[in-house]
Design a protein around this ligand. Sequence first.
Ligand code: SF4
Ligand code: F3S
Length: 105
Amino acid sequence: TYVVDERCIKCKTTDCVEVCPVDCFYEGENMLVIHPDECIDCGVCRPECPVDAIKPDSEPGMEKWLKLNSEYALKWPNITIKKDMPKDARDHWDETGKFEKYFSP
Ligand code: SF4
Ligand code: F3S
């Protein structure tokens, strides 16, 4: 499965949601997650994300994000239509430590 990592936090470009054939993105206040059991591993969303926040869960370091995507996909609403990205999104594109600083469930 593919999952969304920290790079989405405060970026939330939402280009990814329009291409997913199974509509498995879910929206939190400042990031999106993928429902790992709904994702069919097609990979089409990955190149849509300008910050490379979407990765296979098999990549090193993704265990935490798989867990977080699984948990919040059940709590947050589904999103299938692109929205305007936050006005300050670009200020946060390459920032690190965003989970600790900004994540809100
Ligand atoms: Fe959707 Fe395919 Fe991306 Fe999975 S890999 S979230 S099915 S677009
Ligand atoms: Fe986030 Fe990238 Fe989608 S920034 S909203 S995973 S296009």
